[in-house]
Write a protein that binds this ligand. Sequence first.
Ligand SMILES: [Zn+2]
Length: 228
Amino acid sequence: MSAVLDEARSAVAAASRRLAAEGLLIGTSGNVSVRVEGHVAATATGADLSRVTPAEVTVVDLTGRVVAGDLEPTSEIDLHLGVYARHDALAVVHTHAPAATALSCVLDELPCIHYQQLMLGGTVRVAPYATFGTPALAASVVEALTGRSAALMANHGSVTTGASLDKAVENALLLEWLCTVYRSASALGEPRVLDDEQQAAVVTAAIERKYGTTRTLGDDPAEKQESR
Ligand SMILES: [Zn+2]
């Protein structure tokens, strides 16, 4: 097997351990995958995600046929493959994280309550409930992710995607934070929601200020102007 796929198995194992340490993956609940070279490396079903090893990450092709690893891949492999078939994502994280799962039992969508939610595409849809591991669940989640990098799964949990494994992990942490904030705010009253105009202004400001990246002092044309 190629060194790239070996590396992918190690990266998926490390990402799973990190998400378990953060409290997002609990026991054997949840799964992580990355797409590389026409293959998908995904955590094995039944693996303890807090101490998963590269050997507990199974590599399948895009039709789900196992090409490396001795263990059966996650029972949600169809969900992962469905996301890769339909969306641009290169990594998928599925969790039963507490705040996301709590909101998935109550909401039809998570409204945009904070500007950081725009990193996930804004309002987060809640995919209708279906039994775990079924094509019906995979289809509803794939649909809910249209134009988004996060979705909640009714009475089940959450899914995030990313252009890299790190980004999908970061999005999972962001989604759980947003769900925690929404839950806390809801206990105090009806949370205010950012309207379309406010959301558009955030996108404009983020582009102008290259939000989320570090910048060397003096890189900003406005600052150069001032220093003249
Ligand atoms: Zn699940």
